[in-house]
Design a binder for this molecule. Sequence first.
Ligand SMILES: [Zn+2]
Length: 282
Amino acid sequence: MLTYGAELWGLNKATILEQNQTSFLRSILGTDKNTSAPAVRAELGMHSLQSNLIIKVFNYWLKILFMDTNSLPKICLMEQTNMALTNSWISRLHETITHHGFSIQYLLSIAPQARDIFKQRVLDISAQSDLELLSKNRSLSWLAKNKITFLPEKYISMPLPQVLRRAFTRARFELLDSMVKYGRFHHLPYQERTCICGSPSVENISHILFDCQLYAPIRLEYLSPFLERTVHRDPIHRLSYLLSGSNVYIVRKVAKFVTKAAALRTQYVEQIGVSCKGDLHI
Ligand SMILES: [Zn+2]
């Protein structure tokens, strides 16, 4: 319904609709309301609404081109083409086609394959653009380096309770309550975002999963089988091992660990009564 009639208006900037779609995708994942839209789309393998609108317009144009010359849409199209107005529907479509690296003549010469070829190009460019933006996102340091394809992540469709799936997503997106998150919203230099446990280490996802003393008992319960393996002693490698989301057993354990860790942290913050709750209310 959102894209009803988009064949006619789909080349306009669909900012509000895009925002609605992103809010919906964030709610599926359980991320924060300000989580990067390209990152959310990449995690789910969902292309931007704008790219789908462009495809709709293109397909409609192609359909009209092959209509009978007496049909009303064809007459209107020919009129617009002949008038050559700079901001008309047809001129903007031509610009969009050129922007995607095609010439009109080429696409017409390969019809009827033009539909699929153009669609693939639009989706490829949209996915590439999202992955590039994600790779530069400093708030998503793990995801930015490790999300390299636009395919939906395997863990999304695993048979997991929603609460655990969302907890796992929040770990991948580094949205767990922590001084890293607190510092992000309060503009603290990264190195000053040290853990509430008293350690000089930054309270980042690695510290939470592998080192923080607050979670030693639950680490033993949920993560020790993975951490004991010598092959995973390298910090970057073992973080990716836990967050890659390809093994349902690991996903479940990590999700349970971060859920329990969040509760323990809240408890600890209440006990010590300091103002470092992360961003519980954001
Ligand atoms: Zn700590």
